[in-house]
Design a protein around this ligand. Structure first.
Ligand SMILES: O=c1nc2n(C[C@H](O)[C@H](O)[C@H](O)CO)c3cc(O)ccc3cc-2c(=O)[nH]1
Length: 323
């Protein structure tokens, strides 16, 4: 059975995984989920990217939104707001709250996040093995200008505040994965990477999703050392992110928002192959000049079949670089 490892963020990663499962129904897929987006609210631990993967593959996702639960209501949030308890800008629904309550209760009882995630997945049956990148707490913060401070002053805000409250409308000066340096990969992560037949970097955010996962000490090194080919799909199409704020956070790390620049950012030591969208076919020679095999194929996840075709192209490229 083919063993595929996918370090994944939220919506883009989850949708890609749905295509990958359809393209490789018999494969043994391990997902290493980003937990840098995690946030503590109302005393609860919320893991947006793990939940987005779990709900999407388990059939519980709000399809149009791409995050949170289908058929959601917001009575708890409204009641909290009536007490003046926020933040009001983060949309936690009633059904979703139950997930965070179970998670927080299990963590308080001493279970590590990896065990909690496995328990939550027992209900959702995502059809992949979903591992958090780490059991240790890591929180991505974004440095922005502080309009209330002295001229030139900056402050750090939680990634969710940057993305959801500020809608990434202000420049990001730096991305800080707080806690990453002391963190260890969760049990099973390094073993899955070492045993992989193929490692696929989905079209997730290369800085705050895949970058954060690779930044956990030992993970990037394990991916680079793995025997398996490593192939990635560009999240940038026609010089703009397909969705999300990749352009803003790429600027913060000094990387241009182009498919070729993202490939170079990952680097030839990590990547064996890179898929760019057909509209970026002119970038293929640039990427190959950097020592990364590159092909141009349609990369818009418009429906399951289009997404499965992307996954098939990634697996085919992996075979090509292996051979
Ligand atoms: O744009 C939003 N995204 C929301 N997201 C998505 C999330 O902010 C991001 O898209 C990811 O963290 C980036 O991958 C949620 C995800 C959850 O699992 C739970 C609650 C939310 C709430 C919001 C929200 O209010 N607005």
């Amino acid at each position: 059975m083919q063993r595929i490892v996918v370090p994944a963020g939220g919506i883009g990663g989850a949708r890609f995984l749905r295509g990958l499962k359809s393209a490789a129904p018999d494969a043994d897929i391990t997902v290493i989920g980003n937990t840098g987006d995690d946030i503590h609210l109302f005393g609860l631990k919320v893991c947006p990217d793990l939940d987005t993967v779990m709900y999407t593959l388990g059939g519980g996702i709000h399809e149009e939104q791409g995050w949170g639960r289908a058929d959601e209501s917001f009575a708890v949030k409204e009641e909290l707001a009536a007490y003046g308890v926020g933040p009001e800008w983060f949309g936690l629904g009633d059904r979703d709250f139950a997930t965070h309550i179970v998670r927080t209760q299990m963590l308080a009882a001493g279970y590590p996040l990896s065990a909690v995630t496995e328990a939550l997945c027992a209900r959702w049956q995502p059809g992949v093995r979903l591992l958090p990148m780490s059991d240790d707490r890591i929180e991505t913060h974004v440095m922005i200008d502080d309009p209330d401070g002295a001229p030139g002053a900056r402050k750090a805000v939680h990634f969710q505040e940057y993305w959801v409250r500020l809608r990434a409308s202000v420049p990001a000066h730096a991305i800080v994965p707080v806690g990453a340096e002391q963190a260890k990969p969760a049990p099973g992560v390094l073993e899955a990477i070492a045993a992989a037949d193929v490692i696929v970097l989905p079209p997730s955010n290369p800085v705050v999703s895949v970058g954060t996962i690779l930044g956990v000490p030992g993970i990037r090194e394990a991916v680079t050392a793995a025997d398996a080919p490593v192939v990635g799909l560009s999240p940038i199409v026609g010089d703009a992110p397909v969705r999300g704020m990749a352009d803003k956070v790429l600027a913060a790390v000094g990387v241009e928002s182009t498919a070729a620049a993202v490939a170079r950012h990952y680097g030839p030591d990590l990547l064996d192959g890179w898929l760019v969208d057909s509209v970026d076919a002119a970038a293929v020679p640039d990427v190959e000049a950097a020592g990364i095999r590159c092909r141009a194929v349609p990369l818009m996840m418009t429906d399951l079949e289009a997404t499965a075709a992307m996954a098939r192209a990634a697996l085919a490229l992996a075979e090509e670089v292996r051979g």
